[in-house]
Design a protein around this ligand. Structure first.
Ligand SMILES: [Zn+2]
Ligand SMILES: [Zn+2]
Length: 343
C-alpha cells in the first residue's frame, strides 16, 4: 500500500492508504521525491474548481513532480529502474487531430495530473507513460526537477512570443511563473525585461532575478509612465496575472505590432479593441506546454535558470495542507514543496 493526500472537498485534505499503481504496457512507475505546489492546486483546494474544470469526486492534487523510476511496464526499454526523472504530467490519446499535428497538450482526451477526474502526485507512487518520464542530470536537485513543470510553462510562452536577441519584454506579475518568464526571456537574449507587480516584496524578488527594472502596478498612469521610462514600448508582453488592471497596463505599454501572450489564468477579462486594432497587436493564449521538457531540463542544468532559490518551504505528505497554504501565510513564499516519500 502507499499513502496519498486526497482533497475530499474544498478545504479538506485527508491521508489515505491506496494500492500502489502498477505500470502497464509502455508505462513506468515513479517513486515520487518532490512535488512543488502550483496556484492551480491552491485554487482546487479553495474552490473545488478552476473555471470549467470541476471536481465531482475526491482528487489527489499535485502535478509538478520529480522522482525515481521504481518499476517499468511491458515493452519499456527506457528510462530504466533507478533513473531520476522529471515527470511531465500529461498523457495524450495519440490518435486525435491535435495529437497527430503535434499539439498533444490540446488533445481533448488529455489526462493531466490533478485535473478532474485525473489524480495527481501527492502520493508515494505514480504511473506515467515512459516517454513522459524525462531523465534529469545530477546537477538538478529533486526540487529543481519538480520545477521543470512551471519552467516548461514559461518556455512555451516565451516561444509563442518569439522572444529573441533585442526583444524588449514586459512581464506582468512577479509570482513564480512571472519570475520564470523573466529568467527565460533573459536566457533567450531579451535586451530588457521589465516586471510589474502590485507587491513591493514581489518587485524586489524580480529585481533579484535579473529584471532590468521593476514597476509598481498599483496606479495605471504612473505605472505606464514608469514602463515608458525603463523599457520604452514593449515588443512582447508575457501576462502572468490574469487580472484586469494588470492586463490593461500591459496592453497600454505595447509597441505597434507587439505580441501579447496570456499566460496567467483568469475568468472573463476585457481587451481594448481599439488599441488591439490600431497597433495590430497579436494576442495569443497559452495552455500548459508540449515538447519542451527536454529543453527545460537542459536549460536548468546549464545553470542559467535559478530554480532551487525559488523553493521557500518543504513539507512531508502529512502536511500537504501546510504546503497549500504556504503562499497565503507568507507573502514572500514562492514555491512550497511536498516530499511524499519522506516523513
Ligand atoms: Zn503548475
Ligand atoms: Zn489526442
Amino acid at each position: 500500500m502507499q499513502r496519498v493526500a486526497v482533497l475530499t472537498e474544498p478545504d479538506h485534505v485527508v491521508l489515505e492508504d491506496r494500492e500502489v499503481p502498477e505500470p502497464g504496457p509502455g508505462q513506468v512507475q515513479v517513486h515520487v521525491r518532490a512535488v512543488s505546489v502550483c496556484g492551480s492546486d491552491v485554487h482546487y483546494y479553495d474552490h473545488g474548481r478552476i473555471g470549467g474544470f470541476v471536481m465531482h469526486a475526491p482528487l489527489v492534487l499535485g502535478h509538478e513532480t520529480s522522482g525515481v523510476v521504481s518499476a517499468v511496464g511491458p515493452g519499456v526499454t527506457a528510462p530504466a529502474v533507478g533513473t531520476r526523472v522529471a515527470v511531465e504530467p500529461q498523457a495524450e490519446c495519440g490518435r486525435c487531430a491535435q495529437c497527430r499535428q503535434g499539439r498533444y497538450h490540446l488533445c481533448p482526451d488529455i489526462a493531466f495530473f490533478a485535473t478532474p477526474p485525473v489524480d495527481g502526485s501527492f502520493a508515494e507512487y505514480v504511473v506515467v507513460p515512459a516517454h513522459r518520464a524525462h531523465p534529469v542530470p545530477d546537477a538538478l536537485s529533486d526540487e529543481a526537477a519538480a520545477l521543470i513543470e512551471p519552467l516548461s510553462v514559461a518556455l512555451h510562452a516565451a516561444a509563442k512570443a518569439d522572444i529573441g536577441p533585442g526583444s524588449r519584454v514586459l512581464v506582468s506579475g512577479a509570482g513564480p511563473v512571472g519570475l520564470l518568464c523573466l529568467q527565460v526571456a533573459l536566457a533567450r537574449g531579451a535586451s530588457a525585461v521589465v516586471v510589474t507587480d502590485v507587491m513591493a516584496l514581489r518587485r524586489e524578488a524580480a529585481a533579484e532575478y535579473g529584471a532590468t527594472a521593476t514597476v509598481d502596478a498599483n496606479d495605471h498612469e504612473t505605472g505606464l509612465a514608469a514602463v515608458g521610462r525603463t523599457l520604452g514600448q514593449a515588443d512582447v508582453v508575457l501576462e502572468c496575472t490574469g487580472v484586469q488592471p494588470a492586463i490593461d497596463l500591459a496592453v497600454a505599454a505595447t509597441a505597434p505590432a507587439a505580441t501579447v501572450v496570456l499566460v496567467g489564468t483568469g475568468a472573463t477579462v476585457t481587451l481594448p479593441l481599439d488599441v488591439v486594432q490600431a497597433r495590430e497587436l497579436v494576442v495569443k493564449g497559452t495552455f500548459r506546454y508540449a515538447h519542451v521538457y527536454p529543453a527545460a531540463i537542459d536549460l536548468a542544468a546549464s545553470g542559467r535558470i535559478r530554480l532551487d532559490d525559488m523553493v521557500t518551504s518543504h513539507h512531508p505528505l502529512e502536511d500537504a495542507v501546510g504546503a497549500l497554504l504556504a503562499a497565503r501565510r507568507d507573502p514572500m513564499a514562492l514555491k512550497a514543496v511536498v516530499h511524499p516519500s519522506r516523513s
